[in-house]
Design a protein. Structure first.
Length: 66
């Protein structure tokens, strides 16, 4: 059984894929080569970022809910 959001306990979560720049040259050229999945609570907005390469093969929502 999942515990829900660590801030408010809600079971209602969503997820989005986002890309971000790194540092140095990629930041100057606005190269968005870092890809993350953001899992967020739809009730309070608490969010966690998961590196897409590190989290392949696992259910991201399971990680969020514990």
């Amino acid at each position: 059984m999942s515990e829900g959001c660590v801030k408010c306990g809600s079971q209602d979560a969503g997820q989005k894929d986002v890309s971000m720049t790194g540092s140095g040259l990629s930041k100057m050229l606005d190269v968005q080569n870092n890809k993350f999945t953001v899992v967020y609570c739809k009730k309070c907005g608490y969010s966690e970022f998961y590196n897409q390469q590190a989290s392949k093969g696992s259910n991201i929502l399971d990680l969020f809910f514990g």
